[in-house]
Design a protein around this ligand. Structure first.
Ligand SMILES: Nc1ncnc2c1ncn2[C@@H]1O[C@H](COP(=O)(O)OP(=O)(O)OP(=O)(O)O)[C@@H](O)[C@H]1O
Ligand SMILES: [Mg+2]
Length: 244
């Protein structure tokens, strides 16, 4: 379980004090799928960094209970440019000391699932943004994390590839019962994948609402009236938060 209590984050830059996140509190249960949505610059990436332990809050607490293995997909992919696609995806498994055979079969499966077969020996710089995003997704899924933190992992993909990978994330969440935290700009993506949706206000980000969305993960939810209504409600909520 993840428990965030009264967390605040700020930076001092050029003598000025910038508040990024204000009084953030929420809980994410084990095996929960949670989406975080809010206007650009409201602190979504910063919040994910706090959860992943890459940043410390200035005040308040963040607790991730249990001895969990987390995987993080960063907004800028975080791939190693001097390693090939195959080496990038296999990196975590190599660090975990997995056998050569197991690494090879797992990486080949992931290449296939991500539609990257044949690109094993390419370097990230030789791929499109969407392909790099899929390598980043494959690299993180390779280590079978218990908690998956994702920062707009599908933002550079065409609509159909995006839907296919949304389905894949859903499938992974359902089968492996991992805890997922997905930062997204897309209202539809938040509603499709987040059983709990944390809605942040414009900068400095505070909690505008925590929406319970229990239909997320149900087959064919995308085609239902309930899905349409949930998206409309979320859109209305976010409309008031645009920087004017
Ligand atoms: N290291 C830092 N030093 C100073 N300010 C920072 C730092 N990191 C982030 N910020 C500020 O914190 C605010 C929130 O940034 P963050 O990247 O978390 O937003 P975001 O919601 O992820 O935006 P986007 O949707 O565009 O990705 C921004 O105003 C940014 O300038
Ligand atoms: Mg961001």
């Amino acid at each position: 379980m993840i428990t965030v209590q009264s967390a605040c984050l700020s930076f001092d830059l050029d003598g000025a004090h910038h508040s990024v996140l204000q009084d953030i509190s929420f809980r994410i249960e084990r095996n929960e799928s949670c989406a975080v949505i809010g206007p650009s610059g409201c602190g979504k990436t910063s919040l994910l960094f706090l959860l992943a332990g890459l940043l410390e809050p200035n005040s308040g607490t963040i607790e991730v209970s249990g001895n969990r293995r987390s995987g993080t997909i960063l907004q800028n992919f975080g791939l190693f440019p001097w390693k090939t696609v195959w080496q990038n995806i296999s990196l975590g498994l190599t660090l975990l000391g997995e056998s050569k055979d197991r690494i090879a079969s797992r990486v080949d499966n992931l290449l296939d699932e991500m539609g990257l077969t044949g690109f094993d020996n390419h370097y990230p710089g030789q791929l499109s943004g969407g392909m790099q995003q899929r390598v980043a997704l494959a690299r993180t899924l390779a280590i079978e994390p218990d908690i998956l933190y994702m920062d707009e992992p599908l933002s550079s993909l065409d609509a159909l590839t995006r839907e296919r990978l949304q389905n894949l994330i859903l499938e992974i969440w359902r089968q492996k019962k991992i805890t997922t935290v997905l930062v997204t700009h897309s209202i539809e993506e938040a509603v499709f994948l987040g059983r709990r949706i944390i809605v942040l206000s414009k900068r400095p980000g505070s909690i505008l609402s925590i929406v319970e969305n229990p239909m997320a993960g149900v087959v064919d939810y995308r085609k239902s009236d309930a899905f349409f209504h949930a998206c409309t409600d979320l859109r209305e909520m976010l409309k008031g938060e645009q920087h004017g």
